[in-house]
Design a binder for this molecule. Structure first.
Ligand code: MN9
Length: 289
């Protein structure tokens, strides 16, 4: 399960309905052109927390159908509706997803006992692998090494998607759990995360920057830090421009400019992109990718 994963973008039409063909095209681009090792389906990048359960299921279905067994697939099933998380977990497990992942439950400030019960429930009900999705800047949920340990001691809880800039914590987690899978979640900090021994990375920008990310990953692992830094700086110039222009929609526009038809729109309440910003997105695609 090691390696580079795109956090898959999902295509929606003008009304916010799933565009199945467009989504399949994005999957194909990630496999055929970006040469990703896997896809992370239903994460933040997949606009997952804004879409209804039936659509989430359909997305898991068409991605699996398109990718077949050609790359690894992780299904993010986490939800503050634990019943939904279990239902989605069973569904993705039956479809043959290699692992589940679940965001730490957010909004209600659940205590650790509740968080632990959430993960144990999903794992015990689905009997599939689980990767903890930790993204404190969006969830407000911070876990320490001991708490990660209480979850990771379960055989089926195989790793963490670590989307944070706390590299001291990352290093302590790496040392404490050498046999678990650690994935870096911030594309702009890939180099330092790889230098601290992560097994892979999962990111939104890799839908279009996957090849650059692979170079950073490989150079860093080989100890070629100057080369890796040069690539990271190049990647971060792209990421800075993308973030400024609107993260997910800009990546969708770049995909379109690269010939990925119907890469689509974002769902409300995310706003519609302006004509001016579409031009900026195309320019980023043309100049850097
Ligand atoms: O999960 C992504 N996080 C979000 C990972 O989309 C919230 C990252 O890949 C970031 O989009 C990326 C740009 O900041 O690092």
């Amino acid at each position: 399960m090691k390696g580079l994963y795109s956090a898959l973008l999902i295509s929606f039409d003008e009304k916010g309905n799933l565009d199945e063909k467009g989504t399949r095209n994005i999957v194909r681009y990630n496999i055929d052109v970006m040469k990703m090792d896997g896809l992370y389906v239903g994460g933040s990048t997949g606009e997952n927390f804004m879409i209804p359960t039936e659509t989430k299921k359909r997305i898991f279905e068409i991605v699996k159908d398109e990718a077949k067994d050609s790359i690894k697939l992780i299904a993010q099933v986490g939800s503050i509706d634990l019943y939904e998380a279990v239902e989605l977990g069973k569904y993705a497990t039956e479809l043959g997803y290699d692992s589940l992942s679940a965001v730490t439950p957010f909004y209600y400030k659940f205590d650790f006992e509740e968080i632990k019960n959430y993960y144990m429930t999903i794992v015990n009900e689905t009997n599939n692998n689980m990767i903890i999705y930790s993204i404190p800047f969006l969830t407000g949920v911070n876990m320490n090494v001991e708490q990660f340990g209480e979850l990771l001691c379960h055989d089926k809880i195989i790793g963490i998607k670590f989307t944070a800039g706390d590299f001291y914590l990352l290093e302590r987690v790496r040392k404490a759990f050498p046999d678990k899978l650690l994935f870096a979640g911030f594309d702009e900090m890939l180099l330092p995360a790889v230098s601290l021994g992560v097994d892979g990375a999962i990111g939104s920008t890799y839908n279009v920057t996957g090849k650059i990310a692979k170079e950073i990953f490989n150079y860093t692992k080989e100890g070629k830090i100057a080369e890796a830094r040069e690539k990271q700086t190049y990647l971060n110039d792209i990421i800075e421009a993308v973030l400024k222009n609107g993260l997910y929609q800009t990546i969708k526009e770049i995909l379109k400019s690269k010939g990925v038809e119907a890469a689509g729109n974002c769902r409300l309440p995310m706003k519609k992109i302006s004509a001016e910003k579409i031009e900026i997105a195309k320019e980023i695609g043309r100049n850097f990718l």
